[in-house]
Design a protein around this ligand. Sequence first.
Ligand code: XMP
Length: 519
Amino acid sequence: MKRLTNLKKILIIDFGSQFTQLIARRIRELGVFSEIVSHKNLKKINVNDLFGIILSGGPLNVYQDKKIKFSNKIFYLECPILGICFGHQMISKFYGGKVKSSKTREFGFARIKKTKNSPLTINFFNSKDTNDVWMSHADHVTKIPKNFNKVASTKDSKFTIIENTKLKRFGVQFHPEVTHTVKGKILIKNFVFKICKAKKNWSPKHQKNTLIERVKKQVGKKKVICALSGGVDSSVVAQLLNKSVGKQLKCIFVNTGLLRKNEERQVVNTFKKKLKMNLIYVNAEKQFLKKLKNITDPEKKRKIIGNLFIKIFERYSKKIKNVKFLAQGTLYPDLIESKSVTGSQTSKIKSHHNVGGLPKKMKLDLVEPLKFLFKDEVRKLGLELKLSREIISRHPFPGPGLAIRMPGVITKEKIKILKEADFYFIDELKKQNLYDKIWQAYAALLPVKTVGVMGDNRTYEYICLLRAITSSDGMTADYFDFSKKFMQKVSNKIINNIRGINRVVYDVTSKPPSTIELE
Ligand code: XMP
């Protein structure tokens, strides 16, 4: 993997833990650069590039030598190392301790008791010298290496924190990176600043300057195209390119007719009029509607939209001479997930159509300036680039748009009704200061009509489904708990203002078992 910068960093060696990304985020939140590398892809490490190393957790057993593609040379480096869970066991084993397999897992909260002071645990324990930590392991350390000290233990694992301060080796059996561990951030902060003596080198301002320089260097005098959807990632990419190589940039914005109410106007207003970007606006509403006529299968809808999008994008980009690059908003998690350490593959649930990343056969080189950033970092960078808070805090919106929020056939009439319903719902969320507390919210139109009564008249109209969820990354989600008053207000507004809907329901399923979108 190419390096983002030659910034000094905390290197996280990943052994396949589901929490590895969280470790990187916690360190970056402290203003220090951190990077994740799979234990299988460890190249030559220059100790001068590092403040320290963290060995992640993972599903392996320390005695499964064949599966662990990791060189013990790491332990001879003169830089601090913290092992978490599996990493803790690796350190124990390497320096001569013992790790024992156990059939039962220690999972969930555990009360930890301090036995000794350590630079790693300054301000970590409460006044009773205990703390509640989050465990997720089966194996445990049964004997610590010579010259290591026990710093804390729990009822079930005797060596929960260990240290050798001379060698600067530390191990914790629990997960300080997850929010369930009380004061876990303090433990990580102690490692980063007190033990590694790291200097702050990671801020939105720094990222902005570094990325602008990087883009300028990569693009040179060539031309770049960028598919702008108006979502957070593509907006930040476009603005970053605008600031670096603005005159050579052409953004293409395709109105599929499946966007939210007034969205096309907002995008054109913001990017073309306010930010003076080179933007081509393509109104392809009719083409999309025609292709989607009578299609009800969710996967077919997605494929049709994806393919037509590429076709249109290609057609317009061919009109621009001498294009060499395609810019897209790949983020760090996309990169990490695609290189799964354990090699496990999740079965395909939906074929995600991402606006960027599609026209492979166009033979353009990629510019992916956000590929080392997490979503929250992208948002902060966007603000630093002077994008409005409104754009930056927008809820995610899927590439296929309203087509997948309307099970059954797609018609002009249904799109019109849905745009209105969604508008009233989101508008009320903003008015009641709930929008930013929710990860994603939308209205959908169900393909069933039911009977209602308005005034003295019978109605026979569609059902509107509302969905609002909390999540940290969209992988899992919980429904948002609205007050009865809020629900009544939104329901009344929708029914009173929109002809075509006479019933509103709220989706109270989490993900899993449901997904966030309906199709
Ligand atoms: P699901 O429905 O899979 O959605 O639980 C998870 C997140 O992904 C978004 N989503 C998409 N985003 N293209 C996108 O760019 C897509 O095809 C797509 N499908 C779902 C969804 O809105 C949610 O945030």
